[in-house]
Design a protein around this ligand. Structure first.
Ligand code: C2O
Ligand code: CU
Ligand code: CU
Length: 495
């Protein structure tokens, strides 16, 4: 690869104040969307504002195994590639994507079926791929320093020994995860089983994964990455890589596996017709029973598995998925559902989904307290006062044991804290038990400013090697610029 990177991310440092945060442009284009036929407007400040609901929703293709290994495990192949794609009509955007697309292909597997995902790095950056929410042997977790050089590849073994759920794979390279994910390196990974299929939830065309990601585009179409330490937020909301898309639906139930794949933005999702979401799952899979919700706050990396019932809608209805957290402005709308087709309802909405084993606090062998704070400087975000250090391990939990982790946010901003390896259950948030939507298995936790959450987990399987840092699992803030700026620690599970 040439040393002068191709026209790629415009990374704005402190020396380029003129382009920073084109706030004046936000009002342009968006509010005039009803009258303009242009798909986008170039704002005075050098960014592009996209008129919403001009493009159909993209549904990422599903990957198929290319071969099998000696043990009969299907092998999937994904290739990291620099690519130029059209995200904004008429403009070209340079990305780095799995198979040159963003989001990458969706991988769909059965629980307990072991698979190999071979990542071939043809891009011009070093990569490491983490399967977020996955429980897999050490060495396959995409440790930030377990880097795959351009021109090489790595086989990741995923055992899928866990409950079915919506996972996602994304880059996790040391110090530059935010930039790399922003560039396009993210995709869905869905685990299913026969029990879940027997529930007859909406499936096929009625089951759609949605990844929500905000980006800022320059007037030449290139992505602008401001490279702040506070968290990257864009003025254009993409769903499955398309800005403010619409999707045509029938007057039936749909299952949407919603992922907040944004670097830093928290959304509060609601429907413009006042209908409620029926939440059936969270990060770690199905809830015990459906929960009806008028609005859902979703932080980076969290998943909400919901059913939207368009059965009461009239043909011709247009229902907007809104972001109430934006309080006006371009990111206050995300996408639109256009009810255009009449169909027979074929799905069932069960009253009971999956019974959940409750982890018992009395079984915990230890309570560890982790404090998340802001100290400023070069490495401003810290855990227990310390920035991430590659050669420091902060905990050695014993395999098979149950632990309580007390996640204490002593800073003034919320942090979505993510723990690798196993799924956890929330015991309490500021002393109060979680609502039913938060009572299932979770891997990412919204810790409110100055708030504390206690979570309980059991370190099933997969022991690391105390002499091999790459066998560590991570805990970090999933505001990716907080993670890249040191709000991360690692633990090694021991015998
Ligand atoms: Cu989705 Cu360690 O991250
Ligand atoms: Cu993870
Ligand atoms: Cu954070």
């Amino acid at each position: 690869m040439s040393t002068s990177r191709r026209r790629f991310l415009k990374t704005l440092g402190a020396t380029a104040p003129a382009l920073i945060l084109a706030k004046p442009g936000l009002a342009i284009g968006h509010s005039t969307s009803a009258t303009t036929t242009d798909a986008f407007t170039i704002t005075s400040a050098g960014t592009v504002a996209v008129t919403p609901f001009q493009q159909a929703l993209n549904i990422p293709p599903e990957a198929h195994p290319v071969s099998m290994d000696m043990q009969g495990r299907p092998i999937y192949e994904l290739t990291e590639q620099n690519a130029t794609v059209e995200i904004i009509p008429g403009l070209q955007t340079d990305i780095i994507g799995y198979d040159g697309m963003t989001p990458g292909p969706t991988i769909r597997v059965n629980a307990n079926q072991e698979v190999i995902v071979r990542h071939i790095n043809e891009s011009d950056i070093k990569t490491t791929t983490h399967l977020h929410g996955g429980h897999m042997p050490t060495g396959n977790d995409g440790h930030p320093v377990d880097l795959v050089e351009p021109g090489t590849s790595k086989d990741y073994l995923y055992t899928n020994k866990q409950l079915p759920t919506t996972l996602w794979y994304h880059d996790h390279a040391m110090d530059v995860t935010g930039r790399n994910v922003y560039s396009g390196l993210a995709g869905f990974y869905i685990i299913e089983d026969n029990y879940e299929r027997s529930l007859r939830l909406p499936s096929g065309h009625n089951e759609i994964p949605l990844v929500i990601q905000d980006r800022t585009f320059a007037e030449d179409g290139s992505l602008i990455y401001k490279n702040t330490k506070s968290g990257e937020k864009g003025d254009t909301v993409l769903v499955n890589g398309t800005p403010f898309p619409y999707v045509q639906v029938s007057n039936t139930r749909y299952r949407f596996r919603i992922l907040n794949g944004s670097n830093a933005r928290v959304y509060k999702l609601a429907l413009s017709n006042g209908a409620k979401f029926i939440q059936i799952g969270s990060d770690g899979g199905l809830l015990e029973a459906p929960v009806s919700r008028a609005a859902m706050v979703v932080a980076p990396a969290e998943r909400v598995d919901v059913i939207i019932d368009f059965g009461d809608a009239a043909i011709g209805d247009q229902i907007i998925l809104k972001n109430l957290a934006a309080k006006g402005g371009p990111t206050s709308e995300i996408m639109r559902f256009d009810v255009t087709k009449r169909r027979m309802e074929r799905s069932i909405l069960p009253t009971v989904l999956r019974s959940t084993e409750r982890l018992d606090p009395a079984a915990a062998v230890i309570t560890r307290r982790w404090e998340f704070d802001f100290v400023g400087g070069e490495k401003p975000w810290v855990i227990n006062g310390l920035p991430y250090e590659e050669n420091r391990v902060d905990a050695y939990p014993q395999v098979g044991t149950t632990e309580i982790w007390e996640l204490a946010n002593i800073s003034k901003v919320g942090h979505p804290i993510h723990i690798h390896d196993v799924m956890w259950q929330i015991l309490d948030i500021n002393g109060k038990p979680p609502g039913p939507h938060d009572a299932g298995w979770k891997d990412t936790f919204k810790i409110p400013p100055n708030g504390t959450m206690r979570v309980i987990g059991r370190f099933d399987d997969y022991v690391g090697d105390i002499n091999d840092i790459k066998s560590a699992y991570m805990m970090h803030c999933h505001i990716l610029e907080h993670e890249d700026n040191a709000m991360m620690m690692q633990f090694i599970v021991v015998e």
